[in-house]
Design a protein around this ligand. Structure first.
Ligand code: ACO
Length: 428
């Protein structure tokens, strides 16, 4: 049996054999299908990349029908239980789990890159107090690149790794400093004795105490949430990172573009909208009415439900529910949780959602946890961005090292007017 696809073009009667590798044909192989010799050749039309692989990748595996998520082959459930976010970041970037020595060196390096150049404070000071944290984040990361002009040297492995260290380290400082600025609090500087998430909580919440001690439960919960959000193969923001990075721009500019993609309510902005939705529903007794309105198309979508890839329970949503229980034991139960549980219960039994395979996604519960941890709703996407930076950077590296890749440049089917001559304004 040959690993080829035989295509007959009924316009011409000609037959073509197209090679199949990994259950995939190369779209470029279709270009030889022509009616006339000087035709452009056949293309595929695939808006939103519903059935097009844009790359080969060895980073994240998802089986959406079975609800499986693995980073470099390790199941997300095991990583969430046994690993730390920084170890997962190492795994994503380097492809292997670190040895003890590699891990402590990695943790030391990231920890010792968290300080921002003091001039950077002026940039943060210049935002209006009510500027959205994601607007601040995008602008801050793009601006951070201007401090490191050498970051343009993306094909020098050592220089590239240096930027990876800097970005991973400084995103928590950027997120926390922007928050402190928005509430008129003095900046809290990094503390190198703390873990990655402990340090982030320190920069967010330290008041007048000389030493901030994070709650171990909240520190670990945030770490697990960061692990769950670290990568998710070719999602909208990762695609933006790769597409923008394919022009060989510096990684700060590409990460800023990925942040912009993440900001949208259909992507990383969803957990913010979930909380708004739960607040608007207001009480468990209003849930059936809300579900009816979603089904009739009047109430918008049930935010935090559905996923382009998962057509089964999002494995991250299961882990998050356990994290929520641990966090609520410390912080007290979030009153919106009852509304969320009732929405989930009804939706999972309802034909509309069952037929369309709509299950809770990672964002359905994460917002409730973040709210209990005192993060303002508008900062939720920033937390997602901080965690996803490791995934973006590993995907960016993989793209740069992939000999198959070139500048991303899709084709189009032109549907505009045929060539016509310019008519002077007075004659139109
Ligand atoms: N509530 C109600 N109906 C929904 C929902 C929802 N949350 N999601 C999809 N549907 C319906 C659609 O109306 C459509 O119905 P139809 O066939 O009758 O027209 C059907 O299910 C398929 O939906 P699509 O939009 O075609 O699915 P797609 O794969 O393009 O969308 C998406 C995936 C964007 C996540 C969608 O499910 C959605 O908008 N969900 C709510 C927003 C959300 O939670 N986003 C977070 C995603 S996870 C993340 O980024 C980390």
């Amino acid at each position: 049996m040959a690993d080829t696809l035989t295509i007959t073009d009924n316009r011409t009667g000609k037959t073509y054999d197209v090679p199949i590798t990994e259950d995939t044909i190369k779209a470029i192989d279709l270009r030889k299908i022509k009616v006339e010799d000087n035709d452009f050749g056949m293309m595929t039309y695939d808006p939103a990349f519903m059935n097009t692989a844009s790359c080969r990748s060895a980073i994240t595996f998802i089986d959406g029908d079975k609800g499986i998520l693995e980073y470099r082959g390790y199941p997300i459930e095991q990583l969430a239980e046994k690993s730390t976010y920084l170890e997962v970041a190492y795994l994503l970037i380097h492809g292997q789990l670190p040895t003890t020595g590699q891990l402590s060196e990695w943790q030391h390096t990231i920890t010792h890159h968290t300080i921002l150049n003091e001039n950077f404070r002026q940039l943060i000071d210049s935002f209006r107090f009510n500027a959205h944290p994601m607007g601040r984040m995008m602008a801050s990361i793009a601006a951070l690149g201007t401090f490191y002009p050498e970051s343009k040297d993306i094909f020098d492995p050592a220089m590239r790794m240096k930027q990876i260290h800097r970005i991973l380290a400084k995103v928590i400082t950027i997120g926390a400093f922007n928050y402190r600025n928005s509430i008129g609090m003095p900046y809290a500087y990094p503390d190198n004795d703390l873990s990655y998430t402990g340090n982030f909580l320190n920069m967010m919440y330290r008041m007048t105490e000389t030493k901030y001690t994070p709650s171990p439960v909240l520190e670990r919960a945030l770490d697990v949430l960061f692990i769950l959000h670290a990568d998710h193969e070719q999602n909208c923001s990762t695609n933006a990172m790769r597409a923008v990075g394919s022009s060989h721009v510096d990684p700060y500019s590409a990460v800023a573009a990925a942040c912009a993609a993440l900001y949208g309510p259909l992507h990383g902005g969803a957990n913010e909208v979930v909380l708004q939705m739960l607040t608007e529903i207001g009480s468990v007794k209003n849930v059936p009415d809300f579900i009816s309105r979603v089904k009739s198309g009047e109430g918008g979508r049930l935010m935090g439900f559905g996923h382009r890839v998962y057509k089964n329970y999002d494995p991250r949503a299961k882990i998050i529910k356990n994290v929520a229980d641990q966090v609520f034991e410390i912080t007290g139960r979030n009153p919106l949780l009852d509304i969320a549980l009732e929405l989930e219960r009804i939706a999972l039994e309802d034909d509309y959602f069952v037929k369309r395979k709509l299950y809770p996604n990672v964002d359905f519960y994460s917002g409730l946890i973040y709210q209990a941890m005192r993060f303002p709703t508008s900062m939720f996407t920033v937390l997602f961005a901080i965690a996803r930076v490791s995934g973006w950077l590993s995907q960016w590296q993989e793209m740069l090292d992939d000999a198959d890749q070139k500048i991303a440049r899709p084709r189009q089917i032109y549907t505009g007017p045929k060539r016509r001559d310019y008519v002077p304004a007075e004659k139109r």
